[in-house]
Design a protein around this ligand. Structure first.
Ligand SMILES: Nc1ncnc2c1ncn2[C@@H]1O[C@H](COP(=O)(O)OP(=O)(O)OP(=O)(O)O)[C@@H](O)[C@H]1O
Ligand SMILES: [Mg+2]
Length: 248
């Protein structure tokens, strides 16, 4: 899959422009990182890619393999192979986690799922992700700790096998061991299924375990700097001001 974002402008439904002309191209198998100060529009960009109803595209386009997806509903975009891990996963009252996973897989693949085989698959991923406390047997995200929610979303990603995933701060709120586990699982899914990934993060820690091809820095709704891993080191050393000033 090739995701091609062209001059994308995104506003809230009541007209406040947040993303102000983003260009970004990501292919399956590639690993991109988006960094940027709080409030620069990273989450809004991610939500717009998935078709979140709280935002509208006011200019530009999002293409998947050359076709515009901007009129597609989020479920259609998921069916094409896009996946978003939310910065703040929501609790869904009354929906069992395993049933949710199964329904999502059935909807995306248009195939019924053999429950026994599926449970085996889920179990193997929960082991790999070191998911404990029986969360898969519980209501989705209800009472999950912050880290459990994040790992739960990685489990969802593993089960759905998207072509390109957007991970919005997969490392926030995770303990030191959990960051390693999450990074290595994302790496494995990329390797085994050729998944592409856009990881939004504030910290370089997760990048000790994952090797990005390209780093993009967002500021005030635009990408203001791009580079390789060395850009992250520069940001850590000199702060965002340095790259924002370079641009202005
Ligand atoms: N529905 C909304 N209505 C009004 N303003 C909004 C709405 N959604 C987002 N914003 C604003 O848009 C800006 C960008 O928000 P966004 O969540 O995309 O930032 P971010 O780069 O993900 O920040 P962080 O690093 O803190 O997660 C913020 O100033 C935010 O308050
Ligand atoms: Mg955000």
């Amino acid at each position: 899959m090739e995701l091609d974002i062209k001059d994308l402008h995104v506003a809230t439904v009541d007209g406040k422009e947040i993303v102000k002309g983003v260009n970004l191209k990501v292919k399956s198998g590639e690993f991109h990182v988006i960094m940027g100060p709080n409030g620069s529009g990273k989450t809004t960009l991610a939500k717009a890619i998935m078709g979140h109803p709280g935002f509208k595209i006011t200019k530009g386009n999002i293409f998947v393999d050359g076709k515009s997806i901007t009129s597609l509903t989020p479920d259609k975009r998921a069916k094409l192979g896009l996946f978003l891990q939310f910065q703040n996963p929501v609790e869904i009252e009354g929906v069992g986690f395993v049933n949710f996973l199964r329904a999502a897989r059935e909807s995306i693949t248009d195939n019924t799922v053999d429950i026994k085989q599926f449970m085996g698959e889920v179990r193997s991923y929960t082991e790999k992700l070191a998911i404990t406390n029986g969360i898969v047997g519980r209501t989705l995200n209800h009472g999950f700790s912050g880290g459990e929610k994040k790992k739960g979303e990685i489990l969802q990603m593993a089960v759905l096998r998207p072509a390109i995933s957007i991970l919005d701060e997969p490392d926030s709120g995770l303990d030191i061991d959990a960051i390693k586990v999450v990074a290595s699982n994302v790496n494995d899914i990329m390797k085994d299924h050729g998944m592409g990934a856009i990881v939004i993060t504030h910290y370089s820690r997760i990048l000790s375990y994952m090797k990005p091809q390209r780093v993009h820095v967002m500021h005030d709704g635009k990408i203001v700097a791009e580079g390789g891993k060395e850009l992250i080191l520069k940001l850590e050393k000199d702060g965002y001001e340095s790259v924002i000033k370079d641009k202005e």
